[in-house]
Every structure is written in C-alpha cells, then in structure tokens.
Ligand binder design. Structure first.
Ligand code: SAH
Length: 233
C-alpha cells in the first residue's frame, strides 16, 4: 500500500496562482512524486447569477467589498469528501500568528483545506458556520490570502517525510528548539578580511556544539527575547 499524499485544497478566486512557486525545487519534485497533492478550486464556481458574483457591499456601509458567506459556504462544502477530517483554515490578518509548532502539527495530519480571502475579507458568519481556524502570517496586510496560503503550504510541505534531503536539517533550525539558529559559514576560509571562527575549523565537535549553542542563545537574547523562557531573557 502506498501512503496517501498530504492533501491540500485551496479555495481562491485566483486558482492560477497555484502551485506557483511550490511547483519548483523540493516542493515541486515532491508534488510530482505524489508526496503531497494540491487542488486549487475557484470560489467563483459557486458565484451567484449570470455574473457569478462572490462579493457584496459591507453591511453598515464603508469602503470595499466582502466575500459572501453563502458563496464561500457552498465552496467549502464542495471541497471536502465525506468523512474529511482535514482542518479548515482561513488566511486572515486577525488570525493566530503562524508558528513552527502549528506548522509541524498540520504537516503530520492528513492535509488542510485553506480559504484565501480577498477584498475587505469574508462575512464573519462563515467563519463560525464552517469552523474556520483563522491563521495570520504576520502583522501586515496582504492584498489577498493566496500568498499567505503559499507561505503556510511551503512551511508544511518541507516537513513531509522525504521532501528534504537530509532529515536532520529540519530539526536544528530556528524555532524548532525555541531559539534562533546559530550563524553558518562555508568556504572560503578567509573572505575580504573576514575569517570563519577558529572553533568551526578546529575539528573539536564538543567545542563546536557549545559554540553553536552559545551563539543561538546570544542571537535570541539580542533579537527575539520574546522567544526565551521566562527568566532567561
Ligand atoms: N480588511 C482586512 C484585510 C483584508 S486583506 C483587515 O483589515 O483585517 C484581504 C485578504 O488577504 C484577507 O481576507 C486575508 O485572506 C488575506 N491576508 C491579508 N493579510 C494577511 C496576513 N497578514 N495573514 C494572512 N492572510 C492575510
């Protein structure tokens, strides 16, 4: 029996944006191999009337347009098969900020259904009505959820078994240990008067590990003290 691919369904007004950058390099090769599968579905297929309308003006007035809950609800209902246990996410600047821990949890599940917002966002009722988990990729506003969904998918896909050449390289990185990663160097040993730190070329593996741990802690304390456990900052 071959394993089921990790299955991503994206609901979007711009399905042509997928797989986009995920079609190249390691994620593209994994897609071609069937490690993961992607379905980009056009929300407009569920649009209303001759013009397949998907949005309308905001109740209460104001600028912009809002994605209709009936249209989005129908698109979500058509996206999953019976018994689909995949989490349903909505890319949203109001969501919980995405973390490596959430990415890891999603990558070990069956896949995701992800809704990409546009315009001013989506009618609030569909979020509760379809149990959407709102996910933000940072405190800034994008013009749509598609690039945010690509970010989320990329982060999940690289963790799928067999996607990254060397498994260990996923485990030492920033955030996995709750700290930022130590600095990297490669040849040449001297470049424009800057040398690789001696400890890294000395061959003492215990000393190297200690140096890397100390550098991780130093960088985290300097740049992201919020990542340190209470009392260590
Ligand atoms: N009016 C909204 C912004 C809408 S931006 C507000 O002020 O909160 C349009 C769409 O882009 C959103 O519905 C969402 O799907 C996506 N988006 C924008 N910024 C995002 C972010 N930081 N993280 C995730 N999705 C985002």
């Amino acid at each position: 029996m071959t394993a089921q691919p990790w299955h991503a369904t994206v609901l979007t007004l711009y399905p042509e944006m997928f797989p986009g950058p995920l079609g190249v390099s390691l994620s593209g090769e994994a897609l071609a191999r069937g490690t993961w599968a992607l379905e980009a579905r056009d929300i407009r297929e569920h649009g209303l009337g001759r013009h397949r309308a998907v949005d309308d003006t905001p109740a209460g007035g104001g600028a912009g347009m809002v994605l209709r809950c009936d249209v989005l609800g129908a698109a979500i209902d058509a996206a999953g098969e019976a018994g689909d246990t995949r989490p349903r996410l909505l890319m949203s600047p109001r969501g919980r900020p995405l973390t490596q821990a959430r990415v890891r949890a999603l990558s070990t599940g069956p896949g995701i259904v992800v809704v990409c917002g546009r315009f001013e966002g989506v009618d609030e009722r569909v979020i509760a009505g379809r149990g959407l988990e709102e996910v933000s990729i940072g405190d800034y506003i994008l013009s749509g959820g598609e690039i945010a969904a690509l970010v989320l998918l990329d982060a999940c896909i690289r963790l799928l078994p067999g996607v990254m050449g060397k498994v260990a390289s996923g485990e030492e990185e920033s955030f996995e240990a709750g700290t930022l990663e130590y600095p990297h160097y490669t040849r040449p040993r001297d470049w424009e008067g800057r040398a690789i730190p001696d400890v890294l070329t000395g061959g003492n593996h215990r000393a190297i590990a200690a140096w890397r741990r100390a550098e991780s802690e130093r960088l985290t304390r300097e740049r992201r003290p919020d990542l340190l456990p209470p009392g260590k900052g």
